[in-house]
Design a protein around this ligand. Structure first.
Ligand code: ADE
Length: 254
């Protein structure tokens, strides 16, 4: 099934490039995803094509107007229907106040038929946009960007690679770290010895079981050291528990 993504922005030129290379380019050419970028400005009705205005109640900064955004959403939903899309769109607004993007959200979005991404700008978006058309607010992390354009690119990249057929066999999802709940184990390729830094011997042993055990142990070690918060949700075996407890250094008895 094809995934249709409509992006609403006042900076459509920012999107020239990121979707025109590598895996996303191939996925578009194969008809697995279709990405349409729309200029919110073209949905304004005034002579100056105004997309922002002063905040009611005063204060610094401008606010993105409700009318152009709502009409743009209505337009792309109608266009999608005419193209044969049957299920309602997931309409996403990017804002630091949204739910933090993570792999489980990307998976849910990859199963949809139609995504509409609203790139907020200025100091905010009129609250009625959220009330009238938005189904989900997403943040890509606890830091402030100048707008939702980069978050939209991040979301498209992470969702597109989960659409069936987008990744080739060599890019397979099977062994992926974050989806397994753990960080990735260390990887090596030739040469065996670079300036005295050698590849762990077990990886050259030809013993597939030993390699798998070493990788699991290193994935657990990394996750324990760098992202212990992930261990709470990761599916772990009894062996994993034994491995993890070997990382814990008990205090010397008095
Ligand atoms: N807009 C500004 N900063 C953002 C962030 N971190 N995530 C999503 N949208 C944003």
């Amino acid at each position: 099934m094809m995934l249709r993504i409509d992006i609403l922005t006042i900076f459509p030129e920012m999107f020239r490039g990121p979707f025109d290379a590598s895996i996303l380019k191939r996925a578009r050419e194969a008809g697995l995803i279709a990405i349409h970028v729309h200029d919110i400005r073209s949905f304004t009705h005034d002579r100056h094509h105004t997309t922002d205005d002063y905040p009611f109640g005063g204060g610094a900064g401008m606010v993105m107007k409700v009318q152009p955004v709502v009409e743009a959403v209505e337009y792309v939903c109608q266009a999608a229907m005419q193209d044969g899309i049957k299920s309602p769109a997931e309409v996403i607004l990017f804002t630091p106040a949204g739910q933090i993007l993570e792999q489980s959200i990307a998976k849910a979005l990859a199963a949809r038929e139609h995504l509409v991404l609203i790139c907020g700008r200025y100091e905010g978006v009129d609250e009625r946009v959220e009330k009238m058309v938005v189904s989900r607010e997403i943040s890509i992390g606890d830091y402030v960007l100048t707008g939702g354009e980069l978050p939209a690119m991040v979301l498209v990249d992470t969702v597109a690679r989960l659409v069936p057929g987008v990744l080739g066999a060599s890019e397979s999802l099977a062994e992926e770290s974050i989806s397994s709940g753990l960080l990735e184990y260390p990887q090596y390729t030739r040469p065996f010895d670079f300036r005295g830094e050698k590849v762990p011997a077990v990886l050259l042993s030809g013993d597939h079981q030993a390699v798998a055990a070493w990788r699991r142990c290193e994935a657990l070690r990394r996750t324990f050291e760098r992202r212990p918060d992930l261990l709470v949700r990761a599916p772990l075996s009894q062996d994993d528990g034994v491995t993890l407890s070997s990382f814990v250094r008990l205090p010397e008895p008095p």
